[in-house]
Design a protein around this ligand. Structure first.
Ligand code: FES
Ligand code: FES
Length: 213
């Protein structure tokens, strides 16, 4: 069968790439690492990102490796959002981006160009608490409080998820509206770990805030 010039070029490129990979993999470990390293003195790559944080537009130049969590805490000094594990396992860093909760430690700041980020500081203030914050206080939903900002951001998004009829793993019947049951709350909040074990109070707080929402 006749082949097109494009196909020939692609084949040649693939063969060359394979040969380069074979040479690289035959190098001793150190030499391979050096081959992949940026030139000495090059410094980190920086880029500009523009995003809205708690209603304020921020345009910032950041190291391209900066996580959203570090941008919030280190650059914007919004230290309400906590760094627990830095590995997506504890939920302490949960923030709401365009209405959905995410682990900000697992997300690069540059991925949020033109998006809306809400942190615990953007939900309420000590003089004007968000209903979820008030419910956590009323039900003693925290002890050391380290996980609390992430729990509250997550809980606010959970209520929005249930209102939007988004099912979870414990939703039995997909043909009727989702209800904010204790089982739904426990399942949806399972990514937010509290080492003090304030879980039952947290569930009570979410039930109450959900009733008022
Ligand atoms: S700090 Fe992000 S999940 Fe633990
Ligand atoms: S209140 Fe202490 S870890 Fe949650």
């Amino acid at each position: 069968m006749a082949s097109s010039p494009d196909l020939d070029i692609n084949r040649r490129d693939v063969i060359l790439a394979g040969a380069a990979a074979a040479v690289a993999s035959s190098l001793p470990g150190g030499a391979e690492a050096q081959a992949a390293a940026p030139p000495a003195g090059a410094g980190p790559t920086r880029a500009t990102v523009s995003l809205t944080v708690n209603g304020v537009i921020r345009e910032l130049e950041v190291d391209t490796r900066t996580t959203l969590l570090d941008l919030l805490r280190e650059t914007l000094h919004l230290t309400g959002t906590k760094k627990g594990c830095d590995h997506g396992q504890c939920g302490a860093c949960t923030v709401i981006v365009d209405g959905r909760r995410i682990n900000s430690c697992l997300s690069l700041a540059l991925m949020h160009e033109h998006q809306n980020v809400t942190t615990i500081e953007g939900l309420g203030t000590p003089d004007d608490l968000h209903p979820m914050q008030a419910a956590f206080v009323a039900h003693d939903g925290y002890q050391c409080g380290y996980c609390t900002p992430g729990q509250i951001c997550s809980a606010v998004a959970v209520i929005a998820e249930v209102k939007a009829d988004i099912p979870s793993h414990v939703t039995d019947d997909l043909t009727v509206p989702v209800e904010l049951t204790e089982a739904e709350i426990r399942e949806r909040m399972s990514g937010n770990i509290c080492r003090c074990g304030a879980y039952s109070n947290i569930v009570e707080a979410i039930v109450e805030a959900g009733r008022r929402a």
